[in-house]
Design a protein around this ligand. Structure first.
Ligand SMILES: [Zn+2]
Length: 486
């Protein structure tokens, strides 16, 4: 009897061991499988005039284009004519100005090949707070060129991108090369304040002048050598999150702070916010994020690759791993951030009203009404009134297969021939002008080909924003490959 039971137990153990071994084999085989590398074309030998690029960027930084308030229309902003004189005229680019402030430059292809490629950038920059200005190594609007860097507000975001795009045209022309299709550079005002009077206006009122773009490239991500071990990561934003701002308001009765009540507006709001802070929305992995994880998996240490390539089984574990960092957490879920609090006039008066402003960033395709319902359920207090203050609208991600993606990938792979380079689609957490084009159904991608580490990226909108002259040159080279091969 005892022996018989032992035999059955052993057989069960063998079976289990077999299953585990098979599972491990499946996981390992899947972990080893890589993605097909994109086709590589002939790299272009180009000479970029980096001295002129640095000088032009320095001059551009010195132009006053801080928003808010919107860039004035009258008199006509000086940077428009500077860019035309310095680049458009000598390079033979056609130019038009929309709404007095949006500049469209056009470089015609030898023979028209389908819709144009539109490179977007914006002329406005965020302000520098007075107390921050003192911390800058060089004054933020002096455009100092020093130690191989151009220093100043807008060097990265986004004036440097405009100059690199113009230098790309110059470098191609110097080699007698033409673009694959017409190239449009569209330089808009007011991106940092929502783009209503800039890119949105152009899309609404001058859409036909853009001649049904083949694709659009905007800002939205950077090349990074410090995100994945021994890898140059070229993340291409194929979609962006849906920007929504809501307010939570409690209206109660004003009173003396010596006799507090449960129903005091700030108190009710504080309890609601405590509950809201506990709310974490369910993760959702979009196809672009799937592709991103698959591609970076190839470059990860074995145990991480094992997990990333076996998300069908280890999904929970992978989600937890991604949730650890704010940047990767934002890739997989709708996020909720408390940004403004408003209540009270004096320390001994209980105010009648308390309000919180909450910024939501939803993944493409997430339902705003469902997220609002989740928030209401979580707060579970009818005294807290929820209102939508801003809704920038959802837009569908651009394709990650088919001609437009394959050509983009192949142009980038040609510009970045080094071993250990990964080109991967992603959803960008930020909001940019690209969304106006994406919502028109144009394949819209987001990348500025500056190679920035976390320190350099952190200067954007911060102190000591700068871009290296080497980066300007490199970005011009990459933009040139896109103009020639996309
Ligand atoms: Zn920007």
């Amino acid at each position: 009897m005892a022996r018989k039971r032992g035999g059955r137990f052993r057989r069960a153990l063998y079976a289990l061991a077999g299953v585990v071994a098979l599972l491990f084999l499946v996981l390992t085989v899947r972990a080893m499988g890589g993605s097909d590398p994109p086709a590589r074309l002939t790299p272009l030998e180009l000479t970029v005039d980096s001295e002129r690029a640095a000088e032009a960027l320095s001059e551009y930084i010195q132009e006053e284009t801080v928003t808010p308030p919107p860039i004035p229309r009258d008199p006509r902003p000086a940077y428009l004519d500077r860019l035309i004189e310095r680049y458009a005229d000598p390079l033979g680019l056609e130019h038009q100005v929309f709404g007095g402030r949006s500049l469209l430059l056009r470089w015609r292809a030898g023979e028209a090949g389908g819709g144009p490629l539109v490179f977007l950038s914006h002329a406005d920059v965020v302000p520098v707070a007075a107390d921050e200005a003192r911390s800058w190594t060089h004054p933020p609007f002096a455009g100092v060129v020093h130690d191989g860097y151009v220093w100043g507000r807008g060097a990265i975001d986004d004036k440097g991108a405009t100059i690199a795009q113009l230098e790309a045209i110059a470098a191609l022309q110097a080699r007698g090369l033409t673009p694959h299709r017409d190239v449009f550079l569209l330089i808009n005002p007011d991106e940092e304040i929502g783009g209503e009077g800039g890119a949105a206006m152009v899309v609404q009122r001058y859409w036909e002048r853009l001649e049904e773009p083949f694709a659009v490239l905007d800002e939205g991500s950077f090349v990074a050598d410090d995100m994945v071990p021994s890898t140059r990561l070229v993340p291409v934003g194929v979609g962006e999150k849906h920007y929504v701002t809501i307010t939570l308001t409690v209206n109660g009765a004003a009173g003396h702070s010596s006799m507090p009540r449960e129903s005091d507006a700030p108190r009710v709001l504080a309890v609601a916010l405590g509950r809201l802070a506990e709310l974490e929305l369910e993760p959702r992995i979009l196809p672009a994020t799937e592709a991103f994880l698959d591609r970076i998996a190839d470059r990860m240490p074995f145990h991480e690759r094992l997990a990333l390539r076996n998300r069908w089984l280890l999904g929970r574990f992978v989600h937890d791993l991604l949730a650890e960092r704010p940047a990767s957490n934002a890739m997989i879920r709708d996020t909720i951030a408390l940004t403004l609090l408003d209540a009270g006039v004096a320390d001994n008066v209980i105010p009648a009203r308390a309000q919180a402003t909450v910024n939501l960033r939803l993944l493409p395709g997430s339902s705003l009404s469902e997220v609002l319902a989740d928030i209401e359920r979580q707060i579970d207090d009818p005294r807290v009134q929820l209102d939508v203050l801003t809704d920038e609208g959802d837009s569908a991600p651009a394709p990650i297969e088919g001609e437009v993606w394959t050509r983009l990938e192949s142009a980038l792979a040609t510009a970045y021939p080094a071993e250990g380079t990964v080109i991967a689609p992603m959803i960008t957490p930020g909001t940019m002008d690209a969304r106006f084009f994406a919502s028109r159904g144009v394949p819209t991608y987001r990348l500025i080909p500056f190679v920035l580490d976390s320190n350099e990226r952190g200067r954007m909108h911060g102190v000591d924003e700068r871009i290296s002259v080497a980066n300007l040159e490199e970005a011009a080279r990459v933009y040139a490959h896109l103009m020639r091969y996309w």
